[in-house]
Design a protein around this ligand. Structure first.
Ligand SMILES: O=C(CO)[C@H](O)[C@H](O)COP(=O)(O)O
Length: 247
């Protein structure tokens, strides 16, 4: 179980933050709607997390029924699941651009800015989203917020530098917490640490993102600004599909 250790030595489970009975159904509905974007011959980036897992299982069924596609996984966890389901995979450097990337999010605001990385895969996820022609985001209704920040923003950091990064983040008033897994530091697929920070009340997200990336040792942030082409939101037994106009 992923937990966070605070300075007060208490822990909490990130996934218990929004207890909603319909959440799983909403994730499933959003995932089902997203696979309709996948056409024969496409190279599709596969996200990470419980919502993405519904989507990958749907794609597995489609592949078993004759869909020809190739997946590019955003994590080892996703790669393992896709392999189990018989979805052909290729590494990112073997393709030019992804035709499509489908993934979940931890929060998405009214301007379609997102926090991602609750599942720890933010770095590879951002690389895939950046290198995709089209990004489809699938969420349950609990993820839609007016402004980001109830969920802590994950930062992937180099282990050697993490204490120095923590000092900088404390000076910026961002209250960093080192993510733990079973009492040890959580390690990403790239063998880095994650610091989860409090960005509640931050107005200029672009500026914040730039300032965070300027700290040596910060590899990537879970702020995804200007990435969404289509948002599919599961709500009460149905889905809302929003096409985002990105200039
Ligand atoms: O960014 C992610 C993983 O790094 C996930 O997309 C995010 O955590 C949402 O996960 P879930 O669908 O399980 O709520």
């Amino acid at each position: 179980m992923i937990s966070y250790e605070c300075s007060q030595f208490n822990t909490f489970n990130a996934k218990e933050r929004y207890p909603m009975p319909n959440t799983e159904k909403e994730k499933q509905l959003a995932a089902e709607a997203s696979v309709k974007f996948v056409k024969d011959g496409m190279v599709v980036g596969l996200g990470t997390g419980s919502t993405a897992e519904f989507m990958i299982r749907q794609l597995g069924e489609k592949v078993a029924n004759g869909l020809s596609m190739t997946g590019v996984p955003s994590s080892e966890r996703t790669a393992n699941l896709a392999q189990e389901l018989g979805i052909p995979l290729t590494p990112l450097d073997k393709v030019d651009k992804l035709d499509l990337y489908i993934d979940g999010a931890d929060e998405i605001d009214a301007q379609f800015n997102m926090i991602k990385g609750g599942g720890g895969a933010l770095l590879r996820e951002k690389i895939l989203a950046y290198n995709s022609k089209f990004n489809v985001i699938i969420v349950d209704s609990s993820k839609k917020v007016e402004s980001l920040g109830k969920f802590r923003l994950p930062l992937e950091v180099i282990p050697l530098a993490h204490k120095k990064v923590v000092d900088q983040l404390i000076q910026l008033g961002l209250n960093p917490i080192l993510r733990k897994l079973d009492n040890s530091e959580y390690r990403t697929d790239e063998n880095n640490f994650i610091l989860d920070i409090n960005i509640s009340g931050q107005k200029n997200l672009k500026d914040l993102n730039t300032r965070l990336l300027e700290i040596p040792g910060v590899v990537e942030t879970g702020l995804f600004l200007d990435y969404v082409n289509v948002l599919i939101l599961g709500r009460a037994g149905d889905v809302e599909v929003t096409h985002v106009n990105r200039n």
